[in-house]
Ligand binder design. Structure first.
Ligand code: FMN
Length: 177
């Protein structure tokens, strides 16, 4: 699979601070990584310059301006850490960020998309979140949520579970036949 293009759509939650872990794992498997950050991820969690250097590609947060290179087509997409906000907006058809617009198009194109959420138990217990996960799955999106996949933590404990965040599951699902 050397040279296949992986989009990492990065949302605004704690694991985004460690997105370099995901990038390195993907690169070790031969993926060429392009990051797309939500505004919240870009503002509060990411070092955009360091991420651009690591991937060798600019981090996209908005539509390209004249002169910017366009993204090569994606062979697979991982949304990580996928927030309550982005999961619900995507499932509801809202496309008010560049990341959500890309996800809407990629879903319609049938590109393989893997979602690794990061939500606490309170957010995950909302009926709207459960409905969104079901809706995305019905579209063919692989949402890694449930036993043996991402399992939500108690509120205000997010920082304590960063070391066990299952980055590798997302990569395996993106690579699976
Ligand atoms: C320090 C901090 C930690 C956050 N952690 C989470 C989280 O674990 N899960 C989540 O869904 N939202 C979390 N949020 C809230 C999101 O950042 C917020 O909903 C934001 O609007 C998400 O935007 P996005 O989905 O476009 O990235 C956190 C916010 C901050 C400032």
């Amino acid at each position: 699979m050397t040279g296949q293009v992986l989009y990492l759509v990065v949302c605004g939650a704690g694991p985004a601070k460690r997105i370099d872990v995901m990038v390195r794992l993907a690169q070790e498997e031969g993926w060429v990584v392009h990051c797309i950050a939500t505004p919240a991820a870009a503002e509060h969690f990411l070092d955009l310059a360091a991420l651009a250097e690591l991937t060798g590609n600019p981090v996209r947060t908005t539509y390209r301006k004249a002169g910017d290179r366009s993204l090569p087509p994606a062979d697979a997409v991982i949304v990580v850490p996928a927030t309550y906000n982005t999961i619900n907006k995507w499932a509801a058809g809202i496309a008010d960020t560049y990341a959500l617009n890309q996800l809407a198009e990629l879903t319609g194109l049938g590109v393989r998309i893997v979602v690794l959420p990061f939500v606490n138990r309170a957010l995950a217990a909302n009926r709207v979140f459960v409905r969104s996960v079901e809706a995305l799955r019905a579209e063919g999106v692989r949402v890694l949520f449930g036993p043996g996949e991402f399992e939500p933590h108690p509120p205000r404990t997010g920082d304590r579970v960063l070391d066990t965040y299952p980055w590798k599951l997302a990569l395996a699902a993106a690579t699976a036949k």
